[in-house]
Design a protein around this ligand. Structure first.
Ligand SMILES: O=C(O)CC1=CCC(=O)O1
Length: 265
């Protein structure tokens, strides 16, 4: 089991944009690294924001301590990152696991969150057995063993056919994720139930659901938007699970508009 006495991990991050700009933190999906945010960085920087993207523990350039992990630990890592970069408050944008981390932080440290954009995510994503089985597969055979199936849910079939280079890059992202980090994040999702915490979120919240998302179908976004006070839901046609890469035009537009609307005049 994860040890509650373990401290936060110093996660790998990259900061771009004007140092004095309001901070926007981009938090990614299971099996990705900070490169998954490429389409969103430049438009957010152009809008005057300091954009900080990072790798979850066990992913990309971040350390991969032995697991299992919990969503609270991932949220603690993000809080420690905000402290380390001197960000009293930040706008949080998360896809899937990044959205789960964002919901945890917004419920547990509301004073640190200026706004929340929750993309293709869920507050409770069963069945638990599926996550336990995926973790076991990855521990036995490596992340490469699940890459094709996972990426098959990240972009629509039509998009995959039209852009095989993107599919190859995404499979490489999954396969490059350390097995211990990936499996330990599966365990975090397996044990997660953020539903009772959603009503504690006070940040202006936008929920974006992909209409073709088979991993976190739109009902998951609908539940979050119902429970978070004042939240707004946008459904994006033609978007699979990694909506920010599958329909970057619409996701970027929605994210930039939301963060600008919640920023200081
Ligand atoms: O990997 C999946 O199947 C879907 C998913 C859950 C959390 C995440 O980041 O991706």
């Amino acid at each position: 089991m994860s040890d509650p006495m373990r401290g936060p991990v110093v996660v790998h991050h990259r900061a771009e944009g004007p140092p004095a700009g309001e901070v926007v933190v981009l938090s990614g999906s299971l099996g990705s690294d900070l490169r998954m945010w490429e389409p969103q960085v430049e438009p957010l920087v152009a809008a005057g924001f300091r954009v900080v993207r990072y790798d979850h523990r066990g992913h990309g350039g971040s350390p991969a301590p032995p697991g299992p992990y919990s969503i609270a630990e991932l949220g603690g890592d993000l809080l420690a990152l905000l402290d380390r970069i001197g960000a009293g408050r930040a706008h949080l944008v998360g896809v899937s696991l990044g959205g789960m981390t964002g919901m945890w932080l917004a419920a547990h440290a509301p004073a640190r969150v200026s706004s929340l954009a929750l993309c293709c995510t869920s507050a409770c994503l069963g069945p638990p057995r599926m996550w336990a089985e995926r973790a076991a597969t990855v521990r036995a055979d490596g992340t490469g063993a699940v890459a094709e199936a996972v990426v098959g849910r990240w972009v629509t079939e039509a998009h995959a056919r039209a852009d095989p280079g993107l599919v190859a890059f995404l499979r490489e992202l999954v396969a490059a994720t350390p097995a211990e980090g990936y499996a330990s994040c599966c365990a975090a999702i397996e044990r997660m139930d953020l539903r009772p915490e959603l009503r504690a979120i006070t940040a202006p919240t936008l929920v974006i659901a992909g209409e073709q998302d088979q991993a976190t179908p739109p009902e998951h976004g609908e539940l979050i938007a119902r429970e978070v006070p004042g939240a707004r839901l946008e459904r994006v046609p033609g978007a699979a699970h990694l909506g920010n890469l599958d329909r970057p035009d619409r996701f970027t537009e929605l994210i930039v508009e939301h963060v600008k609307g919640a920023s200081q005049p």
